[in-house]
Design a protein around this ligand. Sequence first.
Ligand code: APR
Ligand code: ZN
Ligand code: ZN
Length: 361
Amino acid sequence: MAQQVKAVIARAKGAPVEVTTIVVPDPGPGEAVVRIQACGVCHTDLHYREGGINDEFPFLLGHEAAGIVESVGEGVTEVAPGDFVVLNWRAVCGQCRACKRGRPQYCFATHNAKQKMTLLDGTELSPALGIGAFAEKTLVAAGQCTKVDGAAEPAVAGLLGCGVMAGLGAAINTGNVGRGDTVAVIGCGGVGGAAVMGSRLAGASRIIAVDIDDRKLETAVRLGATHTVNSRTTDPVEAIRELTGGNGADVVVEAVGRPETYRQAFYARDLAGTVVLVGVPTPEMTLELPLLDVFGRGGALKSSWYGDCLPSRDFPMLIDLHLQGRLDLAAFVTETIELGGVEQAFERMHHGDVLRSVVVF
Ligand code: APR
Ligand code: ZN
Ligand code: ZN
């Protein structure tokens, strides 16, 4: 039986989001319906409502979520009703070249639920990142559900579904930060902050946080930064060099997504260091670099998509570390809000006032 639930949608480009009633169908083959317990507010949701991603309005927003599997469709073996799960936006296919080479992080045939959720008048909804979790219940592909320890608070667990995983994974998976490494993180919002935390977890010796906002630098220190640089007033490349014995950092994580910070990341690394690009630029952005610098500097320039995560490997592991008190994921939850508070949360996010606002149900 299809069900009617409350949800937050973006009806038209630029219009404020609204709470409305949507219809969630029963799960089809390979699908699951999840009762959402918490969902974080991410920049990507705002990006959808501003028309920055595509024009398939109306969107059902929300994609950093955790909840309880309510029902599953035919053939689902990954999860069962009652499981506490974190949702991911990349259910891998297992069949493509990347999957078969053992690199499912680069699967190019990820999938979502085939059936559509709708408005009461039958209008089909486009779920943000194939999830749509600012909703009491949502329909996803079963492969988008990863079971984790039910002792974790939903508001905390859900954050692994996007930004926090992107940042942790940028340091741990893509940057491969090791014990004793020096790390610089440029941009310390939710994603960069998580990269700081991941670097600490990995045993980095110096973790240099760079931001233009002193509030973010204070937070970064709480998350594990050992040094801070305000790049509004101080040249970050020089400062990072000075703090790393003149060498540059072993790993530099760029978590802003702008040409000037890409440039800083490029020059702030040790000659044999790794630059990890996790900040997402816009299509019109370009960066000019002397080729001799590109050629002459060794190391690696890597982009990090979703923190190169494998949800089935990373989500349960990170939740375990959190429950053992070894990874303070709760530090990212600035506030919990109700479903009706998403629009105001966008406003606070826009002003840089929060790491994460999380809708709890
Ligand atoms: N130099 C340094 N820091 C900057 C600069 C700059 N020129 N411009 C902005 N920042 C800082 C902001 O002050 C903020 O702390 O970058 C941070 C960005 O953080 P958020 O706005 O919270 O964004 P976040 O969710 O962390 O995402 C950052 O990573 O995954 C991507 O799409 C995401 O491109 C985005 C980036
Ligand atoms: Zn694949
Ligand atoms: Zn997100």
